[in-house]
Design a protein around this ligand. Structure first.
Ligand SMILES: Nc1ncnc2c1ncn2[C@@H]1O[C@H](COP(=O)(O)OP(=O)(O)O)[C@@H](O)[C@H]1O
Ligand SMILES: [Mg+2]
Length: 481
């Protein structure tokens, strides 16, 4: 039993496993309490599910009482028959479970690793009732028609040497953030399936997809694939650029781990989140990493519990590996989403021209060759063309200037600044006043309608597809007819 303590649960993931059992037992309300009392601190989870009678509780306390090969009810969040024990022992040395099923008398059983260690010859003793002095901690269950209370005492893996009340409340905050993410699908909606309290406060769901945000550039229709073991469902999302969010929304949108870490797949099993972010080892050739430039991509992936073996769900419910049969399909969907997210990140959320639309006249071109990439100023851009056309004897000087600019594009600087600030530097007049944009626009408009003799309507049409003015259609429209 000591060996089972090292499976690698965090406090939050261990609690999530306990809450899973409550949800599987049909609980609509779960109350988690953290009680600070130095080395006597406790954590308890109380639910109003159907509870267990004597015999059921005894089975529940056993390790692997049910085979992972058993078929499970489609709403069951369990699998290995281990979670209650492994999750609890990862945090504490004494696990007491009290439960009441409607119509039967309450029962209470307890594992106590210290008591077992003190009596090595007595075998695996499952004690009846709470530890002496702990009766009062079970009080919240009395008076309930049905429900279960899980009590963790001797929290040796939580309250370690030097752990203070402040650390304890820090842990509570961390657990709150995690649970608000892990159970968000069950917690959200007008009639949520689950209400979760943490020290009396309701846990507010955190939706990774910013569903319903008006600045969201894209989300895909739902895609489904039927596999031999069950149906898998995917919905791809590109989140709004930072410029389109308030600072509060930006802060919240980053989730518990921050924007870059939270990109990628969100794998849900029966609506319960297993994996938050990451690319599941997918990629073309080499597996994709979580990079800054793809941080706006998040993909919802739903699997049923019938695919557990195929997806290699582990005891902690913290890994999932897509089977070979679905990998190419997922790779394709992810690739498309990543590309869209990269564009939004790089262009600050301005819409890229749609396929079939008029191409935008760009000021810079990237030239790809065997020896690498070069960036060139496009002489067809109206601002450049105007100067070249009107240069006369100055033309060699103008060309020399353009060449010098092209050859000294501060690529390393831009690259470093982007990496360090986690943001592409500002371009396209972003953050400038519209008067500044309008002033430049006006100069070009006058050159086009004057020197080049274009009609105002034609000049406006051209400017509306000229970089960076394609992002300012109102200013283009406001030019004189
Ligand atoms: N809160 C609870 N309410 C009712 N039954 C529970 C609860 N927690 C655990 N059980 C019972 O104990 C069994 C063992 O739980 P667990 O060790 O977490 O394994 P698993 O969830 O994989 O079955 C569950 O299958 C369930 O029958
Ligand atoms: Mg379980």
């Amino acid at each position: 039993m000591e060996s089972l303590r090292g499976l690698g649960y965090s406090t939050a993931s261990a609690l999530a496993d306990i809450v899973d059992n409550s949800v599987s037992a049909g609980a609509g309300e779960v109350r988690i309490e953290f009680s600070w009392d130095g080395t006597n601190s406790r954590i308890s989870v109380l639910d109003n599910g159907h509870g267990m009678n004597d015999g059921e509780l005894e089975c529940a306390m056993r390790l692997g009482e049910r085979s992972p090969l058993d078929e499970r009810n489609s709403s069951d969040l369990g699998r290995f028959g281990m979670g209650l024990k492994t999750a609890s022992f990862s945090q504490c040395r004494r696990l007491t479970v009290a439960s009441v099923r409607e119509g039967s008398t309450p029962s209470c059983l307890r594992w106590d690793l210290d008591a077992l260690a003190a009596r090595p010859d007595d075998g695996w003793i499952l004690f009846e009732g709470p530890a002496p002095g702990s009766d009062g901690f079970l009080a919240p269950l009395s008076g309930m028609r049905s429900g279960t209370l899980v009590l963790w005492e001797n929290l040796d893996r939580v309250v370690t040497a030097g752990h203070s009340a402040d650390d304890f409340s820090g842990l509570i905050d961390n657990v709150e953030r995690r649970l608000s993410m892990v159970f968000h699908r069950l917690l959200q909606g007008p009639r949520p399936r689950l209400i979760l309290f943490l020290n009396g406060r309701p846990v507010v769901p955190w939706n990774p997809f910013m569903s319903g945000h008006p600045a969201k550039p894209w989300d895909s229709p739902i895609a489904r694939m039927i596999t031999a073991s069950g149906a898998v469902e995917v919905e791809c999302h590109v989140l709004p650029h930072r410029d389109r969010l308030t600072s509060g929304e930006y802060e919240a949108g980053g989730g518990p781990e921050g924007w870059t870490a939270q990109q990628g797949f969100y794998v849900y099993r029966n609506k319960r989140l297993l994996l938050a972010g990451g690319w599941l080892g997918l990629g073309q050739g080499r597996a994709w990493n979580r990079e800054e430039s793809h941080r706006l991509a998040r993909i919802r992936l739903d699997i049923p519990n019938s695919v557990d073996a195929d997806w290699k769900i582990d005891i902690r419910k913290s890994t999932a590996r897509p089977p070979v049969s679905v990998r190419p399909w997922l790779t394709k969907l992810a690739e498309d989403t990543r590309e869209k997210a990269r564009r939004v990140f790089a262009f600050r959320g301005s819409p890229a021209p749609r396929p079939g639309g008029v191409p935008v006249e760009q000021a810079w071109r990237a030239e790809y060759s065997r020896s690498g990439i070069r960036y060139r100023i496009d002489e067809k851009h109206p601002a450049v063309a105007a100067v070249i056309d009107g240069a006369g004897p100055q033309l060699p000087l103008v060309r020399a200037m353009l060449k010098v600019i092209e050859e000294t594009v501060p690529v390393q600087r831009i690259w470093l600044d982007t990496a360090e600030n986690k943001e592409t530097p500002r371009t396209g007049f972003s953050g400038e006043t519209s008067e500044n944009v309008a002033a430049v626009l006006r100069v070009l408009f006058e050159d086009m309608t004057g020197r080049r003799g274009m009609s105002p309507a034609l000049a406006k049409k051209k400017l509306s597809v000229t970089e960076p003015f394609q992002n300012y259609p109102e200013l283009v429209a406001a030019l004189p007819e």
